[in-house]
Structure formats: C-alpha cells, structure tokens
Write a protein that binds this ligand. Structure first.
Ligand code: ZN
Length: 158
C-alpha cells in the first residue's frame, strides 16, 4: 500500500510533467527516431535520439499526444537518457518495465538506481494493467529508435 501523502506527491509529479513536458518537440539534430502507438489509450509519440560517435545518447526528445501517464513517462525518460550508453538505457528500461509489473522487482546490473527511484512515481500503474502500456510506450519506442528499427511503428500489444 502506498500511503495517501506519497500517492498525492506521485500524482503531482505526473501532472507536472504532463502539463509541461521536458524535451518536447522535434530537435534540430538527431540520428534516429521511431514512432510509438498505443491504440488502447490513443497515445501516439515520436522519440528522437541523438547518438554520439561512441554510441552514447547525447540528446533525447519526443513529440506526440497522449494521456498524462504516457506524456509524463516520455518527459522523464528523455531527461534520464542523456549521457547514458545504449546498454545503460536498456538496463534502465528493463528495470522500469519490471517495476511496472511487479512490486518485488529488482534493478538490473547497470541500471541507474537514482533514475529508477524517480520512476517509482509511474510504477503505480501496476495496479492498472492497461496503463502499463501508457507508461512503457516511450521506452519501447526509444529502444526501437536506438536499435535502428525506426522505419517501423511500435504498437503495444494487448
Ligand atoms: Zn495512455
């Protein structure tokens, strides 16, 4: 059980990111992009990633429309990805995904524990399986972008 004060704080963080998303808009420079679509909820977004020569993520941004959860998740994700290697980004993604589906999830080796701590605010979706797709859509889309599947649209499965 999350105590009511913490729940209130979580909602405020989500609303704040949903209202004024960070890194929102198509950047001037990026090396890969992918589209994400969550038809269950109507969330649609494009994730832009600028990879440095060493394969690390120099910049991350997104644009799109969707519910507060999907927009907050995209906003927080783009803040966290900067400076991370692809392996670190993917470890964080898998750890976040685990967090969204199980309250006994443990962080993977290489996952940014501080970032994961901040992502706790979104993990309340685990009580609502349909909303898990909203929270993880930006991350699935990011993964498609960096792994060169940008030509395809990522659609969440039922
Ligand atoms: Zn949604």
């Amino acid at each position: 059980m999350i105590d009511p004060e913490l729940r209130q704080l979580y909602q405020e963080v989500i609303l704040d990111h949903g209202r004024s998303p960070r890194n929102c808009g198509k950047p001037d420079q990026f090396t890969c992009e992918a589209q994400g679509n969550n038809p269950m909820c109507g969330d649609r977004l494009t994730v832009y990633i600028d990879l440095a020569d060493d394969g690390s993520i120099r910049e991350a941004a997104f644009e799109g429309r969707g519910c507060a959860i999907s927009m907050a998740s995209a906003s927080m994700m783009t803040e966290m990805l900067k400076g991370k290697s692809r392996a670190e980004a993917e470890a964080l993604f898998r750890s976040f995904q685990a967090l969204c589906t199980s309250d006994a999830a443990e962080a993977e080796d290489g996952a940014d524990v501080d970032a994961l701590e901040r992502l706790q605010v979104l993990a309340g979706v685990r009580a609502f399986p349909v909303r898990v797709k909203c929270a993880t859509l930006p991350w699935h889309t990011m993964q498609a972008a960096v792994s060169g599947q940008g030509g395809q649209e990522v659609t969440t499965e039922l």
